[in-house]
Ligand binder design. Structure first.
Ligand code: COA
Length: 180
């Protein structure tokens, strides 16, 4: 088992496992680029292409991105071991008892290798928050991870809008934290 809990079988094609570390505010633009590349690829593959370049999105989203970078409850990145390039990240915010996953993205070429699992365990740990909230795409790899963190009831608007968006919100039950 590797440093971030990924077995060799899950890292086929990678020479060494990515490093997982806390992000800093210097990572804000690179993470935004990872988000843009990941979500536009997902949209293309699922018949819901998204418009605009990464620069367009940054121009309209920079204030939000910098706010989240400064106020994140958890913000972690995965890096290529040698190049140090960021290939995935996750971020959450917490206000009072509300704990929300704001972003969760891995670059297309690095998906389905266990990086998302390693990130979300740190970014959205099971049992934290009275109200746990996620606004999500319909990516099965993301949904699989969200159910693993205790989410039970999806309220997708994907069917209504034909858009890859949905959300889940669940009050944590009394008693022990949910386990996988
Ligand atoms: C969602 C995302 C961040 C997950 O990261 P990832 O590194 O690909 O995820 P992992 O490799 O850790 O796999 C997550 C789970 O999905 C499963 N999975 C992987 N590929 C799958 C597939 N094609 N079909 C079904 N399940 C799959 C894995 O087995 C794993 O579940 P397990 O740990 O219970 O076995 C990443 O795929 C992504 O960026 N997707 C596009 C953008 C997106 O939709 N982000 C979510 C925004 S809310």
């Amino acid at each position: 088992m590797g440093v971030y809990g990924v077995s060799p079988a899950e890292t086929v094609g990678m020479t060494r496992e990515p490093a997982i570390r806390r992000a800093t505010t210097e990572d804000v633009e690179v993470c935004h680029d990872v988000m843009w590349r990941s979500v536009t690829d997902f949209g293309r593959r699922n018949g819901t292409p998204l418009e605009g370049t990464a620069s367009d999105w940054w121009a309209s989203g920079e204030r939000l991105q910098r706010f989240l970078a400064t106020h994140a409850a958890e913000w972690w990145v995965a890096e290529e071991p040698d190049a140090g390039t960021i290939i995935g990240y996750g971020r959450s915010i917490e206000r009072g008892g509300l704990f929300e996953l704001t972003e969760f993205f891995v670059l297309p070429k690095s998906q389905s290798r266990g990086i998302g699992k390693a990130l979300i365990e740190r970014v959205f740990p099971v049992g934290r928050g009275d109200i746990r909230s996620i606004i999500a795409t319909t990516d099965v790899r993301g949904l699989s991870r969200y159910y693993a963190t205790g989410h039970r009831r999806p309220f997708p608007d994907a069917d209504a809008h034909r858009h890859a968006r949905g959300c889940t919100a669940r009050r944590r039950p009394e008693g022990p934290s949910p386990q996988r």
